[in-house]
Design a protein around this ligand. Structure first.
Ligand SMILES: O=P(O)(O)OC[C@@]1(O)O[C@H](CO)[C@@H](O)[C@@H]1O
Ligand SMILES: [Mn+2]
Length: 448
């Protein structure tokens, strides 16, 4: 494993002028900070109503902290240690020291010189610091409005999807294995394309699902660059090559990404897995702080189930009621380990978050949703496109795992020779425009 790490390519970074990382740090991150500041301004009256003068003072201090942060970023100042003294502060500051050791010629870790993955995660953690340092604002989710809006803007697609799910469940009894497999593959793809709807890539602008998620699948098929979905199915139904369909008592872990439409697609897939007897337990993993604009927190997760239950639409509310029931009886559980909101590459997990790694080792299949998880799986490095997924994981192999990701960052491994060149000639932004996707599996049980 050590040899593999030594041969790892360089991290993506804003130091490569003109790269997507560079443009993100230069343009997208300051825009997001400006929107956060605007959100605090707009909520001034609410803070006054809720907390009186103390609320207003806290809001002012948080805004000034965030304006300073934006300035630090834009002028490429050194990255500062966190001072808020909460549970993960030390881990963050220790990670900063690690980054410092990687710098050449005594240069300081800074926004435009250090790994993009690190500084981008760090920005979201600093936004949280602005709130932690200014109670009573510490529980305020600066991204809440965008997340709830994206859920409401996708209502039609959500209703269609819930209707589709309820029909599948009603007709589940005499379904053949071929049909079951077909339905599974469809819902896996719906969950995959749900990842188009994130608000970080659009710097907070509306990016919701407007068309029918099932009807669009055939047109999207050719945009899936790596499609290991048949092997995902095999992993689910007979992981060790034994056991009849549905007898495996599998645990499936879903590492969630975005709230809004994407979360609904994940819940629908999870419902199908349980209702079809393909999984016995689903463990959802979300974020413990607001993260990358649209990522799911526990509040978003619970809110989404409540909203779905309360919908004035038969199939949607039936789905919500079922999901609430799964949570209540423990068939579904929600977890938010702090590691998910730290900047580490996942190959560090076994050492830096051993408890989480041990939990994931008990999984039969781990689904990693979204682009940021892919970046962390592959370390956000300049891999050649033909490098095997397994190699880019650099020893991160807790259990069979599958990435469901639309491409929104310039890292992609596991392509066939010539595939990337072909894509480049058709669409020069293929790695970052979210039009393409992968369903990419690593399984210790199969030859890589
Ligand atoms: O993980 P997600 O929600 O699919 O994507 C998050 C994301 O849009 O944020 C970054 C842009 O700031 C991109 O690298 C990345 O694709
Ligand atoms: Mn996200």
């Amino acid at each position: 494993m050590e040899a593999e790490r030594i041969s790892s390519p360089e991290s993506l970074s804003a130091k490569f002028e003109g790269s997507f990382a560079y443009l993100t740090v230069r343009d997208r991150l300051p825009t997001i900070l400006t929107k956060v500041i605007d959100t605090l301004h707009r909520n001034k009256d609410n803070f006054l109503k809720e907390y009186g003068e103390e609320g207003i003072q806290a809001e002012k201090r948080a805004i000034s902290f965030l304006s300073k942060l934006r300035n630090e970023l834009q002028t490429d100042k050194p990255v500062l240690a966190l001072t808020d003294g909460v549970g993960d502060t030390e881990a963050w500051n220790e990670y900063l020291s690690r980054q410092q050791e990687l710098m050449d010629n005594g240069e300081l870790v800074s926004w435009f010189k250090s790994p993009w993955l690190y500084v981008e995660c760090y920005m979201y953690r600093r936004i949280q610091e602005a709130l932690y340092m200014n109670p009573p604002m510490h529980n305020f989710d600066v991204f809440n409005e965008g997340k709830t809006q994206s859920f409401f803007e996708s209502q039609l697609a959500i209703k269609l999807l819930c209707t589709y799910l309820q029909e599948l469940i009603t007709n589940m009894e005499n379904v053949t294995e071929i049909k079951l497999r077909e339905n599974f593959l469809k819902l896996l793809q719906v969950s995959l394309w749900g990842n188009k709807c994130d608000l970080s890539i659009s710097a907070g602008r509306d990016n919701s699902q407007k068309s029918s998620p099932i009807d669009s699948l055939p047109d999207l098929q050719s945009f899936i660059l790596v499609d290991d979905s048949s092997m995902v199915w095999s992993t689910l139904v007979a992981p060790q090559g034994s056991g009849p369909l549905g007898m495996k008592h599998s645990t499936v872990d879903i590492i969630l990404d975005n709230a809004g439409f994407e979360l609904v697609t994940d819940l629908v897939l999870a419902d199908f897995l349980v209702s079809a007897g393909l999984a016995k337990k689903i463990r959802f993993h979300g974020k413990s702080i607001p993260w990358f604009v649209s990522d799911v927190t526990k509040l978003d997760f619970d809110w989404t189930i409540r909203q779905t239950m309360a919908a004035n639409h038969k199939c949607m509310s039936a789905s919500g009621v079922q999901w609430k029931h799964f949570m209540k009886e423990g068939t579904w559980t929600y977890h938010d380990h702090p590691f998910w909101t730290q900047p580490h590459e996942f190959c560090d997990m076994e050492v830096d978050a051993e408890d989480l790694y041990r939990t994931l080792q008990t999984s039969d299949l781990i689904l990693f949703k979204g682009d940021l998880n892919y970046r962390k799986l592959t370390g956000d490095r300049k891999w050649a496109h033909t490098v095997k997924f397994n190699q880019a994981l650099r020893g991160f192999q807790p259990a069979p795992l599958c990435s469901l990701r639309t491409l929104k960052a310039d890292v992609q491994v596991g392509l066939k020779p010539g595939q990337a060149e072909g894509l480049c000639s058709q669409d020069s932004n293929w790695m970052t425009n979210g039009r393409y996707a992968v369903i990419q599996l690593f399984s210790p049980h199969r030859e890589q």
